[in-house]
Write a protein that binds this ligand. Structure first.
Ligand SMILES: [Fe+2]
Length: 342
């Protein structure tokens, strides 16, 4: 424990220092010019300040006022004074003084009071350390949990992705495309980062669509189409119920990525801005990407043709502003596209 003693009279400093060092205190610093208090405080970082009240230029209370900004938490101050006036003591207590010593000081009393104040300081420091440790622990655990969460969801996305598209790149392209479009729409970067992960899960509900339908070559019957169209609601059910922002966003993407701007989509038939932005973004980038690769019942289109088709459907199937953003990302060569097979 480090003690800083401030007194303008050198003789007092000598007496106090010898009392304290004889009692075993090793880090006792003294200062006879109160004007240098701030500098000295910064230098020695004391656990206790002992200061005289009557000093030239700055009195003890002025010294404390100057030191206050440097004293976070509990840092005890002991004031030395021969002045017994109650109003002075009240002012001193209000300024953060914890205890008084009346001059001339007696060794035994000095030691007892200093011992008590340092004990309080030591409790405070231990509590502070414990609080810091717990706070760090909570932060680490929360991060760990979030990481595990994201990891699990990514695995789930992989399962859905693997059945539908064995190369597994469709889901990645949709996620990256959604990120680029969101950036062009000027959304909050933190939301954008969530959207990248959420978009990967947009078709997770396809887990519940039987292979015989999902992988069927050729056109689907109306009954089969109805089964495929359950995947937004199924995905939503799988992802819903959590509190984490990522899960909530993923559930929303899964539910709304087949809604249409004109209200003719499914499952809810939402229109315009009633469709959440995440749903509008993923709807457009998903449709663009699906058009560009070969599926059993439909030939692949070159990316430029898919882009033109997207624009033809702006304002009917897709949010026009989202389509503009897709076009910009496409023209900049940033939008990931399927390399056409010869
Ligand atoms: Fe889908």
């Amino acid at each position: 424990m480090t003690i800083l003693v401030i007194d303008d009279e050198e003789a007092n400093l000598v007496v106090l220092r010898s009392i304290l060092t004889r009692a075993g205190y090793r880090n006792v610093h003294t200062l006879n010019d109160p004007v240098g208090a701030v500098e000295r405080f910064r230098e020695v970082r004391p656990d206790l300040v002992v200061t005289d009240f009557h000093m030239p230029v700055m009195d003890g209370l002025e010294v404390l006022r100057a030191l206050r900004p440097l004293m976070p938490g509990y840092l005890p101050v002991l004031m030395l004074t021969a002045d017994e006036r109650p109003d002075l003591r009240e002012r001193a207590l209000a300024s953060g003084v914890r205890d008084f010593l009346t001059k001339p000081v007696r060794g035994a009393e000095v030691l007892l009071r200093i011992h008590n104040l340092l004990e309080a300081r030591s409790f405070h420091l231990r509590l502070q350390n414990e609080n810091d440790r717990l706070e760090l622990l909570v932060r680490e655990r929360t991060l760990e949990l979030e990481r595990a969460h994201v990891e699990t969801l990514a695995r789930l996305a992989l399962v859905a992705e693997y059945r539908d598209d064995q190369a597994g790149r469709h889901v990645w392209r949709v996620a990256r495309g959604a990120e680029l479009v969101a950036a062009r729409l000027g959304v909050d970067p933190a939301w954008r980062a969530l959207l990248v992960r959420a978009a990967r899960l947009h078709d997770v509900g396809k887990i519940a669509v039987p292979d015989g339908i999902l992988l069927k070559p050729g056109r689907l019957t109306p009954q089969e189409l109805a089964v495929v169209r359950t995947h937004p609601a199924v995905g939503h059910r799988l992802l819903t119920g959590g509190d984490a922002p990522l899960l909530r966003l993923a559930a929303s993407v899964a539910l709304t990525h087949h809604e249409r701007w004109d209200g003719g989509g499914y499952p809810a038939g939402l229109a315009g801005e009633a469709i959440p932005l995440e749903g509008r973004i993923v709807a457009a980038v998903d449709a663009f990407d699906v058009m560009t690769y070969h599926r059993s019942h439909q030939a692949a289109r070159p990316p430029a043709a898919a882009m033109a088709e997207l624009e033809a459907q702006a304002g009917t199937q897709f949010d026009p502003q989202v389509v503009v953003a897709v076009r910009e990302a496409f023209d900049d060569g940033e939008l990931p596209v399927v390399v056409p097979e010869d």
